[in-house]
Design a binder for this molecule. Structure first.
Ligand SMILES: *[C@@H]1O[C@H](CO)[C@@H](O)[C@H](O)[C@H]1NC(C)=O
Ligand SMILES: *[C@@H]1O[C@H](CO)[C@@H](O)[C@H](O)[C@H]1NC(C)=O
Ligand SMILES: *[C@@H]1O[C@H](CO)[C@@H](O)[C@H](O)[C@H]1NC(C)=O
Ligand SMILES: *[C@@H]1O[C@H](CO)[C@@H](O)[C@H](O)[C@H]1NC(C)=O
Ligand SMILES: *[C@@H]1O[C@H](CO)[C@@H](O)[C@H](O)[C@H]1NC(C)=O
Ligand SMILES: *[C@@H]1O[C@H](CO)[C@@H](O)[C@H](O)[C@H]1NC(C)=O
Ligand SMILES: *[C@@H]1O[C@H](CO)[C@@H](O)[C@H](O)[C@H]1NC(C)=O
Ligand SMILES: *[C@@H]1O[C@H](CO)[C@@H](O)[C@H](O)[C@H]1NC(C)=O
Ligand SMILES: *[C@@H]1O[C@H](CO)[C@@H](O)[C@H](O)[C@H]1NC(C)=O
Ligand SMILES: *[C@@H]1O[C@H](CO)[C@@H](O)[C@H](O)[C@H]1NC(C)=O
Length: 401
């Protein structure tokens, strides 16, 4: 099959050209002997699929594959390598390759996308390092570091269920679409020292998250079930359109956002039971959505808060009546405040069930919020659904299409 595809192409191109470009459409390599047939090709025009081979595969020769390089559902191969390959024009996809322990593409610096999933035996990865990729998905692998990757920008970075991964330190300066980090090694420490802006992120189950240079979150930032005791975004000034949320970070004691002045969407801080004060937002002026806070805190302060488009809904297991008295000054005029908060204002103390409400919509507020009447909850619910479920963003996207 391989020969049938390759030979006519070689014949058509002529011998000199054949040495440099081989057009294969899609070719399946079943053995090293078949892989070696590509050795004279500088550019392989097409997609290379590694079949059910049990042996190691070495793809020395080509510097570029214009299509994909794929290895799927192979439980036998243990090593795949190429010292020459620099670029994969399509996707470098490996899925369910459970005995693979070594990937060595020591010259590979550019792929369009990389997706490695269920590589449960992978131990050693060498890449150029990889400098260019739109999308990197690494899921359910046995990798313990990402030293093979040196991207300065990427659209999608999704790292999940890599149980041995305990440190991510990366020179990314921007991330254009989505970062997801979840369920990796216990005590995972994440550092993005050079990251200046990021479109969206969800980060869960990490012990440290460091973004000292981060200035802008264009979309949303969500932190769930992390193990850090403190969180700081020292240079963050705004989220352009999305939310900031911290839910169920059981050890969190200290948050600081010393320069954050504007949140385009909503703010949700809930069920972080170690957090005894919500005073991190000392410069926050504008919130495009709602603010919802639930926890064991005794103090809540937003000294610079000027405009909240949605509801302001706070409830604690502790007595926060002093904070409530102060915050009430910001309530809508209809509730006796000066109108900085445009949605419904609600602030309740001694609510045993405060931590049970972590939803980004307030449909359950009625059961936990104490004395609010249902009309107010309805209004608050609308504000939250729009802000925290990202409907504003979806609507904007829909109208842009
Ligand atoms: C994974 O690959 C093995 C062959 O190695 C196959 O038997 C199995 O069905 C594949 N699993 C999935 C979920 O595709
Ligand atoms: C990877 O391949 C390069 C080139 O063949 C070789 O020099 C290097 O030692 C290999 N690295 C590993 C970790 O096998
Ligand atoms: C990573 O890339 C940066 C430039 O973006 C370069 O300065 C640095 O040396 C690279 N690191 C490695 C390990 O290749
Ligand atoms: C995110 O915001 C930064 C700073 O304002 C901007 O340079 C960048 O283009 C924005 N990115 C996206 C994807 O909107
Ligand atoms: C990891 O985070 C998820 C939320 O994204 C949570 O459901 C899960 O319980 C966490 N796991 C651990 C071990 O903390
Ligand atoms: C934080 O921002 C200030 C002013 O914009 C800048 O001088 C400083 O270098 C930034 N810090 C980091 C760690 O990027
Ligand atoms: C990420 O954020 C941008 C705003 O910069 C938004 O338009 C986009 O829809 C978000 N993407 C995802 C996958 O949430
Ligand atoms: C909270 O964190 C900030 C900066 O990370 C630090 O300066 C401050 O001392 C911490 N406060 C507490 C009570 O730990
Ligand atoms: C937080 O409040 C809940 C509900 O009252 C309580 O069970 C829990 O012990 C408190 N946790 C801390 C760390 O104070
Ligand atoms: C609150 O967080 C604790 C862990 O700290 C978790 O066990 C519990 O399920 C969370 N509650 C809700 C409603 O998410």
């Amino acid at each position: 099959m391989f020969v049938k595809q390759l030979l006519p192409a070689l014949a058509a191109i002529g011998s000199v050209a054949a040495q440099s470009t081989c057009t294969v459409s899609t070719t399946t390599v079943q053995s090293q002997a078949e892989a070696t047939k590509l050795a004279n090709c500088d550019t392989v025009r097409g997609t290379v699929v590694v079949g059910t081979t049990a042996g190691d595969i070495n793809l020395d020769g080509p510097t570029e594959i214009t299509g994909d390089l794929r290895v799927l559902n192979n439980g036998a191969i243990s090593q795949i390598s190429s010292s020459s390959l620099e670029k994969i024009g399509g996707s470098f996809t490996m899925t369910n390759v459970t005995k693979l322990n070594t990937i060595n593409f020591s010259s590979l610096t550019s792929v369009q996308s990389l997706s490695w999933q269920s590589l449960t035996g992978i131990n050693t990865v060498t890449l150029g390092p990889l400098r260019e990729a739109d999308s990197v998905i690494i899921s359910d692998t046995f990798l313990n570091n990402l030293d093979a990757f040196n991207l300065s920008t990427v659209k999608i970075l999704n790292l999940n269920n890599n149980r041995r991964l305990v440190k991510i330190s990366n020179s990314l300066t921007s991330l254009e679409d989505f970062l997801n980090i979840q369920a990796n090694g216990i005590n995972l420490e994440v550092e993005f020292p050079n990251l200046l802006w990021i479109a969206n992120m969800t980060v869960a189950n990490v012990t440290k998250f460091s973004v000292p240079s981060l200035r802008v979150v264009n979309g949303s930032a969500r932190f769930d079930s992390n193990l850090f005791t403190s969180f700081s975004a020292p240079n963050l000034t705004e989220t352009e359109s999305g939310d900031i949320s911290f839910v169920g970070n059981a050890k969190l004691q200290n948050m600081t956002f010393p320069r954050l002045t504007s949140i385009g969407g909503g703010l949700l801080v809930a069920n972080n039971t170690g957090l005894d004060r919500v005073d991190a937002f000392s410069k926050l002026e504008n919130v495009g959505g709602a603010i919802k806070l639930r926890g064991n805190f005794t103090d809540v302060s937003f000294p610079e808060l000027d405009v909240v488009k949605g509801a302001f809904d706070v409830s604690s297991t502790a007595d926060i009546s002093q904070s409530c008295d102060k915050l009430k000054e910001l309530a809508p005029r209809s509730q006796g405040g000066d109108g900085n908060i445009q949605g419904v204002f609600s602030c309740t103390s001694n609510n045993e069930k405060a931590n049970e409400d972590t939803d980004s919509d307030t449909s359950t507020t009625g059961s936990t919020g104490g004395s609010d009447d249902s009309d107010e909850n309805g209004a608050a619910g609308i504000a939250f659904n729009a802000a925290l479920l990202g409907l504003v963003g979806v609507a904007a996207l829909a109208s842009a299409l």
